[in-house]
Design a protein around this ligand. Structure first.
Ligand SMILES: Nc1ncnc2c1ncn2[C@@H]1O[C@H](COP(=O)(O)OP(=O)(O)OP(=O)(O)O)[C@@H](O)[C@H]1O
Ligand SMILES: [Mg+2]
Length: 228
């Protein structure tokens, strides 16, 4: 279970201060597909970054499986991300001079997997998102939707327990988007935690839990019965 306990995140930019999250408390069980919705600027990406240990809250506590993520040092946070988190960023964040398969293999190589093994697993992950014909392409030679799928393959390749995806289907056509969502929701069925930011109500319909953020606060939470 991922627990956020009265979490605040404040960004300071010179004189101004932005309160991106203002007292967020949430409990997200494993094996659930949860969705975060809310207007632009409501704090969705900020919340995802805290959940995935990419950033630390200004105040409050984040725990995962009972472990206090807010007490980890930067080295321990990096280890946690490498072992447990698969992150699909809003803006892909692919490495431009690496091919698709090299981008996907990267998280494994950072964990000391052998090159051969990393390559094999990267190929498998790219197959699962339908990119078997784009292995050797660099990001600039891929469409937006294809880059997004490489980013998804990269997030899945290290077999994380927590999958965080920030608008993962924003650039995908309906059929591809459906396929990716089925893949993500299947992970929830396999005892992993899946948290997706989306503006798409159809995606929200597939979720066990829909969280609405407004101005950095939880406006509402809706539990749903879904077939998986
Ligand atoms: N690194 C940062 N430095 C300063 N302000 C930031 C930073 N990151 C986010 N913010 C501010 O915090 C608020 C919440 O941002 P966040 O990116 O979480 O919104 P969001 O809900 O993901 O929006 P969108 O739907 O547009 O992606 C915004 O007002 C944003 O400008
Ligand atoms: Mg965002």
């Amino acid at each position: 279970m991922l627990v956020l306990n009265d979490v605040y995140k404040t960004f300071r930019m010179g004189e101004t201060q932005v309160n991106a999250l203002r007292g967020v408390s949430l409990e997200l069980p494993v094996a659930q597909f949860s969705v975060i919705m809310g207007h632009s600027g409501s704090g969705k990406s900020t919340l995802m970054h805290l959940a995935g240990c990419l950033d630390v809250p200004t105040r409050g506590q984040v725990t995962y499986g009972g472990m206090d993520l807010t007490s980890l040092n930067s080295r321990e946070r990096a280890d946690f991300r490498s072992s447990d988190v698969g992150f699909v960023f809003q803006k892909y964040n692919l490495v431009s001079n690496l091919t698709a398969v090299e981008n996907v293999a990267l998280p494994l190589l950072l964990r000391n997997t052998t090159t051969k093994q990393a390559h094999a697993q990267a190929v498998e992950a790219l197959n699962s998102v339908g990119l078997q014909d784009r292995m050797a392409h660099r990001p600039a030679k891929l469409s937006g939707g294809e880059q997004q799928r490489v980013a998804i393959a990269r997030a899945l390749v290290n077999d994380p327990t927590m999958i965080l995806a920030d608008e993962p289907t924003g650039n995908l056509d309906t059929a591809t988007g459906d396929r990716i969502l089925n893949l993500l929701s299947q992970f929830a069925g396999d005892d992993k935690m899946v948290l997706v930011v989306t503006h798409n109500p159809e995606i929200a319909d597939m979720a066990d839990l829909v969280i609405y953020l407004r101005d950095g606060q939880v406006e509402s939470q809706q539990f749903q019965e879904v077939a998986r």
